[in-house]
Design a protein around this ligand. Structure first.
Ligand code: PTJ
Length: 234
């Protein structure tokens, strides 16, 4: 992360966000919890049911798991679009080139030709072919404003965020509370499992309650803390 920050791929605030993520991951026991796995299965169902699924890529996601994102995009198949919170032409180019150097054959985002309503910053810039016309968008490590704007535009927003209380987690259609390097391969595994089962996919989507799932994660964090206290670790 530190090296990719020096190369301009990860924003300075991206390093801070990474530290926040590590703290939440510790509270989750540094593993995929059952609620995270359920959300990953539902995320896979949405991606397979979508007409135009898009994976939004920012600096942190690229730095942590470029190859896993590319592999998931090929498996679905889904488009990949670079969209940055701290946007500059130089960083857009750096992240796009980095994804290409890691094997991406096609990356959208260099030439935005549309705007996502409800965001005043340059983060609204996107492509007509990608995020603007997507029906399902996977957003790893997102900020709350854009998750809200995607939902307001009628899209299914799948967030990956270790903080179950973040505005992104509370806003998204499906909130995957798991570390992104575990979450993306898990979603790909479920894509393989669900590919030939459309009825199961629709049932999973219909029966999923995101708020109840998030409450389950929050309770799990609390009980981990209580266990640590009881065992004299805290
Ligand atoms: O590359 P840019 O310019 O688009 O900037 C990206 C950042 C991450 C800086 C930007 O999106 C941002 O500021 O995000 P936030 O609002 O800090 O939210 C990031 C969320 O991701 C936080 O809730 C973190 O807990 C969570 N997070 C951090 N690392 C991980 C993570 N979630 C999953 N896996 C991680 N490794």
């Amino acid at each position: 992360m530190a090296e990719l920050s020096q190369r301009g791929i990860v924003a300075t605030t991206g390093l801070i966000a990474h530290g926040r993520g590590e703290a939440y991951d510790y509270l989750l026991g540094e593993m995929t919890v059952p609620e995270g796995e359920k959300a990953e299965e539902v995320a896979a169902a949405h991606l397979l049911e979508a007409v135009n699924p898009v994976i939004s890529v920012n600096g942190n996601a690229a730095a942590l798991c470029a190859e896993e994102i590319i592999s998931l995009a090929e498996a679905v198949p889904a488009k990949m679009e670079v969209n940055l919170f701290h946007r500059s032409e130089k960083r857009i180019e750096a992240v796009c080139s980095y994804m290409e150097s890691m094997g991406a054959k096609r990356i959208l985002g260099r030439r935005p030709d549309a705007r996502l309503e409800g965001i005043t910053s340059d983060r609204a810039l996107c492509t007509r072919e990608g995020i603007h016309s997507a029906d399902v968008v996977l957003v790893p490590l997102e900020d709350g404003d854009r998750a809200e704007a995607l939902m307001a535009a009628g899209k299914v927003a799948i967030a990956i965020d270790l903080n179950p209380l973040s505005r992104t987690s509370r806003t998204a259609t499906v909130s995957v509370v798991d570390e992104v390097t575990r979450a993306i391969p898990n979603i790909e595994r479920f894509v393989s499992e669900l590919r030939s089962h459309p009825d199961k996919r629709r049932r999973l989507i219909r029966d999923f309650d995101n708020q109840a799932n998030l409450k389950g994660v929050a309770r799990r964090i609390c009980s981990h803390l209580v266990e640590d206290i009881d065992q004299g670790k805290a």
